[in-house]
Write a protein that binds this ligand. Structure first.
Ligand code: ADP
Ligand code: MG
Length: 253
């Protein structure tokens, strides 16, 4: 039942976390039951959804190294209809601690199996690398959503990401596909943003979402209040863009 979407791009600063937070929150606002999983040790999704990282007792690191069950790490109804599995900086050590462990590519998939059907959507925020953490997200996911920043080097590294998705599909998760590419931080005042969009459309054989996320200062401010954009400033251009993206994701079943 639950559709699992990993938000991934090994480049940092392209809008993964912003997209994961606000897509999750907008889907939840539309009445979908959502689980947000923070797989980035930086924890920006955790704090951006209003959870104080210092107050969290058990997190995804404990889940990965097998110390606890999934119910113990679940923060229920962080926002209405939205549960979250928070992260911690400890997660950055998981990769090393899991050396030699059997099935380490499937830890998260196995861990969330008992609760997966409680949700309509499970959104996973990935770290900016193609590490074991990202592989775990990709074995858990049905699809990968790729944010692309509207800047000159937008396509750099994308072929590696696509290759990684293909390898994971071939060897670990046969149903995995690329859900689509979403442009972020579009600046209507510059020709560059427009050129990047045109160029990517010409050169990329992937689904591209019609919704383009504009550069909007409110999107950058919201995390410091621990709020997704639809709660922080529902009338902003950023909020309406993520609402439209949520609609598109829902219509793409
Ligand atoms: P990633 O998770 O890929 O590293 P982030 O989502 O953290 O990227 O975004 C990087 C920075 O850009 C953050 O400071 C974020 O607040 C800001 N940002 C992301 N998307 C937008 C946007 N559409 N408009 C303005 N600022 C944005
Ligand atoms: Mg991030």
């Amino acid at each position: 039942m639950g559709r699992v979407i990993a938000v991934a791009n090994q480049k940092g600063g392209v809008g993964k976390t912003t997209t994961a937070i606000n897509l999750s929150a907008c889907l939840a606002e539309k009445g979908q039951k959502v689980l947000a999983i923070d797989m980035d040790p930086q924890g920006n999704m955790t704090s951006g959804l209003g959870i104080d990282k210092d107050e969290v007792e058990k997190n995804i690191y404990d889940l990965m190294i097998g110390q606890v069950g999934v119910e113990e790490v679940l923060q229920k109804e962080a926002i209405e209809n939205l549960d979250i599995i928070p992260t911690s900086i400890d997660l950055s050590a998981a990769e090393i601690e899991l050396i030699g462990v059997d099935d380490k590519e499937f830890i998260i998939r196995n861990a969330i199996a008992p609760i997966k059907d409680n949700y309509d959507y499970i959104i996973i925020d990935c770290p900016p690398s193609l590490s074991m953490l990202t592989i775990n997200a990709m074995t858990t996911a049905d699809s990968v959503l790729v944010p692309i920043q509207c800047e000159y080097y937008a396509l750099e590294g994308l072929s590696q990401l696509i290759h990684t998705v293909e390898l994971v599909k071939e060897r670990l998760n046969p149903i995995l596909k690329i859900e689509g590419v979403v442009f972020t931080m579009y600046d209507a005042r510059t020709n560059l943003s427009l050129q990047v969009v045109e160029n990517v459309k010409e050169n990329l054989q992937q689904n591209i979402y019609k919704t383009i996320i504009p550069r909007n200062i409110r999107l950058a401010e919201a995390p410091s209040y621990g709020m997704p954009i639809n709660l922080y400033d529902p009338k902003s251009t950023g909020a309406s863009a993520y609402q439209r993206l949520a609609d598109e994701v829902m219509n793409r079943e």
